[in-house]
Every structure is written in C-alpha cells, then in structure tokens.
Design a protein around this ligand. Structure first.
Ligand code: DC
Length: 226
C-alpha cells in the first residue's frame, strides 16, 4: 500500500513540531521529527569529540575529524505514532533539546554526510507527518500534502521562551530572538537542504493562530484534496 506523507516545513519556532505531533496523533500517523534526528547526531558527536569550550571549538573539532554517522550508533525507534531518538539504544528525549545542542547543530546540519544519514532514516518511515526544513523539497519531494508554516521572529521567540521554561531552562528573550535570527540565516543559506518554500507548499501564517487554528486549516485543506 502507498505510504501517505504530509510535510511541514518552516523556520525555528514556527510551530511545526507541535502541529506535526498533534496532526499525526489525530490522523493515526507517525510524527517524523527530522530536527530531533539532527539533534541526536549532534549530541552523539558532542560526546564523541569530548568537551569543547564553545560551539566554534566544536565546529573546528568536527571539521578536523572523520567520524562517520554509522559509528555514532544513532537509531530511531517508532511505535506507529511517536519517534524515539536513540544513541546506543538509549532514548535521548530531553538532552537533545538543550541550548548547547541547539547552538552546535548547524555544524552537523551543514555536512552532506550527516544530512544523507538523517534523510535515510526518515525515508525508512511510512505514513508520516514529517516536520523540518527540507521535508517537502528534498526528503519527500513526492509527498501527498505539503505545508510551509511561518511566523514573525517576536512570536517565535516568545514560543521558544515558553518551551524552555517548561523544561526548566532560563534564556533571555533578547538572546532567543538573536539566536532565532541567526538560525533563520543559517537555515536559509545552507548549501545542502536549505529552508525553502517550493510552489507546491501551502503557506500558513501561524502568528495569529493557536494550535487548534493551524490544525483546523490543515485538516480543511486535506478534506478538500481527498
Ligand atoms: O526543528 P528543530 O529546531 O528541532 O531543528 C534543529 C536544527 O536542525 C535546525 O536549526 C536546523 C537543523 N535541521 C535541518 O537542517 N534540516 C531539517 N530538516 C530539520 C532540522
């Protein structure tokens, strides 16, 4: 049977991940969280490379190494709706969301060898709602339904601050805004797998909408297409 794929792309904090998770739950599909896989490779590399005083030092250490993605023993376990990100068989649910991991991801996401490893894991999943930066453009170009979610930097920063607080991390709002702007630039300028909106993606501005509002828009458009 053909696998149904719904892709949600967009910048950091646009709400993709919460929307993808809830949409997948309602449709009885698997939520494929591509950012979670980049985060897991990044954490595995941080452990392999040992302590680095800054993200720049991590980037430098990575560029001088020849660590293969396979040697990091990153794997994905799924139960039909949820994706578990494992390193050597251990679930890494919380640590992969830390600000230290977030600041180092770009060095990993910029390298084609790691992008290919992430893409291979994603393409092994069926009946998915996949969220990320290049889901509809690169990983699942033939997806049945494609969406692009966006929101202003201010709104996205406020959301990230609330998420951090829920996890017990404190980060200054100004710093979050700055890091979101930087991440937008990195995501848009990346040589491979850059964040782009292709003409076949339906655009949703999540700024004025709550989670239910975004889900409603998507479900309506799915019904029209079915
Ligand atoms: O969605 P997120 O914030 O968890 O993603 C973390 C980072 O991973 C993001 O800043 C860039 C990278 N990423 C990527 O390069 N391509 C994707 N499809 C998803 C994430």
């Amino acid at each position: 049977m053909k696998s149904t794929v719904i892709t949600l792309d967009g910048p950091a904090g646009s709400g993709k991940s919460s929307v993808a998770k809830e949409l997948a739950r309602r449709l009885g599909m698997l939520h494929a969280d591509s950012g979670g896989i980049y985060r897991t490779f990044t954490l595995a590399l941080m452990r392999r490379l040992g302590p680095c005083p800054s993200h720049e030092a991590f980037g430098e250490a990575l560029s001088q190494s020849s660590i293969s993605p396979e040697s990091l023993e990153v794997s994905i376990l799924t139960d039909g709706t949820h994706q578990y990100n494992l390193i050597r068989g251990q679930d890494q649910a919380d640590e992969i969301r830390s600000p230290d991991v977030t600041s180092r991801i770009r060095y990993v996401a910029d390298r084609p060898v790691f992008r290919e490893a992430v893409n291979a894991l994603l393409r092994g999943m069926t009946n998915v709602v996949a969220d990320g930066r290049d889901m509809g453009s690169v990983v699942f170009p033939n997806a049945s339904y494609k969406y692009y979610l966006e929101a202003s930097v201010d709104i996205r920063a406020a959301r990230r601050a609330a998420e951090n607080e829920a996890r017990g991390w404190k980060e200054d709002l100004g710093e979050i805004k700055e890091s979101i702007r930087k991440r937008d630039e990195e995501d848009e300028k990346r040589e491979y797998g850059a964040l782009i909106r292709t003409p076949d993606m339906i655009l949703i501005d999540t700024g004025p909408l709550n989670l239910e509002g975004v889900i409603g828009r998507i479900l309506n458009s799915l019904q029209i297409k079915f």
